[in-house]
Design a protein around this ligand. Structure first.
Ligand code: GTP
Ligand code: MG
Length: 248
């Protein structure tokens, strides 16, 4: 059995996709990859399909009709991974902001007993390379804001480099996860913590993309700012319950 499935969502990543796939397969663990592809106009899907011949049985693709957002891409990927028997499932960007070499450390954290391992930029100061200062400050204070509103004791709440053990993804009701951008990342972590799972942060260095274009936009931001307040209210309303309280 594989050491884990790495889900890579893609939209217009033709400059990055082949290299990130090869670098991931070069790691000293038997990782498999699922690319969740949203019909990128730049032909990313064709590059993946060509490589599938070379990496038969290890490289997979789920193709969707159009750009449906990062959150739903991951939900589709999680479901695919669970159905196909993977016990460890990673989230990783295509743009090399996340270093595939860190997959090993995230995997180790799970082996050492974590239920969720987060690749965190903010454990030892701010480990972000090549971002303009404005963006670093925004991300750092966004993380503080999220912690203040939600009470989450996680430093990098919007992190998108995450390793999930199967039982967490099986317990979370994936159909009820409603956000799509940064808020999706916060919502997943918040839900896991509130369900009583052991969430650990592993330090990583995050590097801004050098190839391709960012898909971040204002609506993703707005969703995160109001989304965290919504999460807090949902908890107060009792719709997020700890695992133990649902057992008879
Ligand atoms: N399938 C799918 N993938 C997406 C979508 N939006 C973004 N992605 C992918 O998600 C990953 C992260 O997107 P980025 O554009 O790097 O967004 P970001 O990391 O928040 O922003 P930057 O740091 O500016 O790059 C990349 O692999 C994108 O190709 C989407 O709607 N559908
Ligand atoms: Mg990026």
């Amino acid at each position: 059995m594989s050491d884990g499935l790495v889900i890579i969502p893609t939209y217009n990543e033709k400059e990055n996709i082949e290299k990130i796939i090869r670098t991931t397969f070069n790691q000293p663990k038997d990782f498999h990859i699922l690319v969740v592809e949203d019909n990128s106009p730049d032909g990313t899907a064709n590059i993946v399909k060509d490589l599938m011949k070379e990496f038969d049985g290890k490289l997979h693709i789920v193709e969707r009709k159009g750009k449906l957002g990062l959150g739903t891409a991951y939900i589709a990927g999680f479901k695919w991974g669970l159905e196909n028997g993977y016990d460890i499932i990673f989230e990783m960007d295509a743009d090399f902001s996340h270093n595939p070499a860190d997959l090993i450390n995230l995997h180790k954290a799970i082996e050492d007993g974590a239920d969720v391992a987060i690749g965190s930029r903010y454990i030892t100061g701010v480990n972000v390379v090549n971002w303009p200062m404005g963006r670093v400050l925004m991300s750092y204070f966004a993380s503080k804001y999220v912690r203040m509103i939600t009470g989450l004791a996680i430093r990098d709440t919007t992190a998108g480099f995450v390793c999930w053990s199967r039982k967490v993804l099986e317990t979370i009701d994936l159909d009820k996860i409603k956000f799509v951008g940064y808020a999706f990342q916060i919502e997943m972590k918040y839900t896991a913590v509130n369900l009583g799972f052991n969430v650990m942060e592993v330090p990583i260095i995050f590097t801004d993309r050098t190839e391709g274009e960012s898909k971040m936009n204002k609506s993703i931001f707005r969703e995160a700012i109001f989304g965290v307040i919504n999460l807090r209210l949902r908890k107060i309303a009792g719709r997020i319950k700890p695992v133990n309280s649902s057992k008879k």
